[in-house]
Write a protein that binds this ligand. Structure first.
Ligand code: PGA
Length: 356
């Protein structure tokens, strides 16, 4: 879309190329008697800069030489300074495509490998009980690193359709990085998704946006799908509104990902995580919509249409339906509630709570 079309489309701003010619402020070359002099009751002609020393006072016998004050040269009637317009929202049409919902359970640092096996078995049985269709709603679990091998073995032995995810990854390849886990090791364990940039790592481990970008790139290069977490703190919300920080975090995280690569974005307002106080579905939609539009601007409408956006932060079976009704929310990242197999199953079954 050209600038002109965009302006016509949005109609809200007055950019420099609007039809009204700009009148720049400054002394007019040929000052004339101004209408506003009359308003003041001042009948004197407007002084020019040159003639200022001897203004003509109509009835004066002797010319009164006024003190040599700088004559006030009135600005032209309406000086139009090019006001710094808010950046126009670029209206890129995003095609409508079906995005399979993803319900992802982030266990955080909970459940050892034995507990993990028991928990995944429970989740699998209860989803089987309700005849869950994994092609309709994708389900993933994100256990701690030490559980991954056990869960992978269980999923493959029992041919379970649950997807496996990891909670973090090193931005480095294998080497002398004590305590880190390389993307290649995760890929070898059939890990499909990797969370990067969770707020508990950004805050608790000082992870910068550059680190998050490098982790997303490392996961993607190893054939996995990064789940890029973005979200504002309560202070950010107060100071900048809901979308500013998530948009900046998204843009930074995408910097290292080749266009066309698969990724998921999880919008998780920090104030909503683990607080029992989720964002409203409308708040989640507003930010997810802004995120999708930013993806369209940065990487094109096709990618924006295909990328799944999740909401995370105090999601439970009682509130999942509201989020899933939103057009730009394609799933949820669930912490606490994913540790309860029955509750997690109810969340996965959100279609049963979504009334048309
Ligand atoms: P919560 O956590 O569901 O316990 O709020 C979500 C998350 O941190 O991913």
């Amino acid at each position: 879309m050209s600038d002109e079309e965009r302006v016509n489309d949005e109609g809200a701003n007055e950019p420099e190329n609007a039809e009204t010619p700009l009148v720049l402020p400054g002394p007019p070359e040929e000052p004339q008697a101004e209408a506003d002099d009359a308003e003041d009751g001042d009948t004197r002609p407007s002084p020019t800069v040159e003639a200022a020393v001897e203004p003509v006072v109509e009835s004066a016998v002797e010319p009164i030489v006024e003190p040599a004050v700088e004559p006030v040269v009135e600005s032209p009637a309406e000086p139009v300074t090019a006001a710094p317009a808010a950046p126009a929202e670029i209206d890129i049409p995003i095609p409508t495509v079906a995005r399979p919902p993803l319900i992802a359970g982030n266990w955080k640092m909970n459940l050892d490998h034995l507990q993990a096996i028991a928990h995944v078995q429970k989740v699998a049985w209860s989803l089987k009980d309700v005849k869950h269709d994994f092609a309709d709603v994708e389900v993933a679990v994100f256990p701690p690193f030490t559980d991954l091998r056990s869960v992978q073995t269980l999923l493959s032995a029992d041919k379970l359709a649950l997807r496996l995810g990891a909670q973090d990854v090193s931005p480095q390849g294998p080497g002398a990085f004590t305590g880190d886990i390389a993307a290649a090791f995760l890929a070898k364990l059939d890990v499909r998704y990797v969370i990067v940039g969770h707020s508990e790592r950004r805050q608790g481990h000082g992870e910068s946006s550059e680190t998050v970008a490098a982790k997303a790139a490392a996961a993607s290069a190893a054939g996995m799908v990064p789940v890029i977490c973005v979200g504002e703190t309560a202070e950010d919300l107060e100071a900048q509104g809901a979308a500013a920080v998530p948009l900046a975090q998204l843009e930074a995280a995408l910097a290292g990902l080749p266009t066309g690569s698969e990724y998921v974005v999880a919008y998780e307002p920090v104030w909503a995580i683990g607080s029992g106080d989720p964002a409203s579905p409308e708040q989640a939609q507003e930010v997810c919509r802004a995120l999708r539009r930013r993806i369209a601007e940065l990487r094109g409408p096709a990618e924006a249409a295909a990328i799944r956006l999740l909401y995370g932060g105090s999601v439970a079976s009682q509130n999942i339906a509201g989020f899933m009704r939103q057009p730009d929310v394609d799933g949820a990242l669930i912490g606490g509630a994913s540790l309860d197999a029955a509750e997690f199953t109810r969340i996965v079954q959100f279609r049963k709570h979504v009334t048309a």
